[in-house]
Design a protein around this ligand. Structure first.
Ligand SMILES: NC(=O)C1=CN([C@@H]2O[C@H](COP(=O)(O)OP(=O)(O)OC[C@H]3O[C@@H](n4cnc5c(N)ncnc54)[C@H](OP(=O)(O)O)[C@@H]3O)[C@@H](O)[C@H]2O)C=CC1
Ligand SMILES: O=C(O)C1=N[C@H](C(=O)O)C[C@H](O)C1
Length: 269
């Protein structure tokens, strides 16, 4: 059987380097055939394997996906505009996409859904197995305690993260809001400062910590008077996201079009 040909965008990023390691570790099933970086990056022309610390792979980093060799699936964990440009290129090449970038606006998410009518896309704010299990646990907790408890989402990430709240925190909020039969945009509280008055019932609060090298931690709290339930996930290595993304790339082999998420890949729906 021929190997799945994978391209990685943003190969010199924190996730980009882990993704090359994960593709290489997938050995017989996958091979890295292309890698991109920001056009002004100092690593353009360098070997993607050497950047990721897995040894020479013979894949030189190119400044645009348009310059990349033929590939079956792009794995993209970069920035919203760069990912949208890459999706357009994948549609024109009939390549599939695993999309892990966060921080998209609602309008940009609509554009991703349009692209997914023309190629198959797995788009997930978090590719770890554990977080996707948490999404299911949140549905149950919301069914039991959602109507009367105060729901708060707390997330912590490293100092370099540029978007807030994290994509995962928002997905957790969406899972809870869906189980409540509500739209997250109508009930989310993302800022609190000064004399803001008592907590409004039925809202979902979001708190953000940015510090040091925290890989990614999320807690959803269901708090009543006298007791509270907290559902937490802590990632201690980015390889958990990278391995999930490579698993998603392989899962896409059976799909031609459509927008999927990691719960589809893990059969958790
Ligand atoms: N879904 C999930 O499971 C996870 C999602 N993420 C998300 O992935 C994204 C990346 O995170 P992280 O790796 O920490 O960030 P980094 O900043 O380390 O990496 C992003 C990389 O993309 C590069 N880049 C930016 N624009 C372009 C472009 N036009 N072409 C090619 N490369 C480009 C950046 O280059 P430069 O620095 O030169 O701009 C950088 O190397 C974030 O949105 C993050 O939230 C992260 C972990 C898990
Ligand atoms: O930027 C990160 O690092 C992460 N981003 C994702 C998010 O925004 O949820 C996933 C993970 O928590 C790490």
């Amino acid at each position: 059987m021929s190997k799945l040909r994978i391209a990685v965008a943003g190969v010199n990023g924190r996730m980009g380097r882990c993704l090359v390691q994960a593709v290489t570790a997938a050995g017989e099933k996958c091979e890295l055939v292309a890698a991109t970086e920001h056009p002004e990056s100092s690593v353009i022309g360098a070997d993607a394997g050497e950047i990721a610390g897995v040894g020479r792979l013979g894949v030189a980093v190119v400044p645009s996906l348009r310059d990349a060799a033929a590939f079956d699936v792009l794995i993209d964990f970069t920035r919203p505009q760069s990912s949208l440009d890459n999706l357009a290129e994948c549609v024109s090449r009939k390549s599939k996409v695993v999309l892990g970038t966060t921080g998209f606006t609602d309008e940009q998410k609509g554009q991703i859904a349009e692209f997914a009518k023309q190629t198959a896309v797995v788009f997930a704010s978090n590719f770890s197995v554990g977080v996707n299990l948490v999404f299911k646990l949140l549905e149950m907790a919301t069914r039991v305690m959602g109507d009367y408890s105060d729901i708060e989402v707390v997330e912590a990430h490293h100092r370099h993260k540029v978007d807030a709240p994290s994509g995962t925190a928002l997905s957790m909020g969406e899972a809870v809001a869906r189980a409540l039969g509500k739209n997250l945009n109508d009930i989310a509280v993302k800022e609190r400062n000064g004399i803001i008055g008592e907590r409004k019932p039925g809202t979902i609060g979001f708190s953000t910590i940015r510090a040091g090298d925290i890989v990614g931690e999320h807690t959803v709290m269901f708090a009543d008077i006298g007791e509270r339930v907290e559902i937490s996930h802590k990632a201690s290595s980015r390889m958990t996201f990278a391995n999930g993304a490579v698993r998603a790339a392989q899962w896409l082999s059976d799909r031609t079009t459509g927008l999927f998420n990691m719960q589809d890949v893990l059969n958790l729906k």
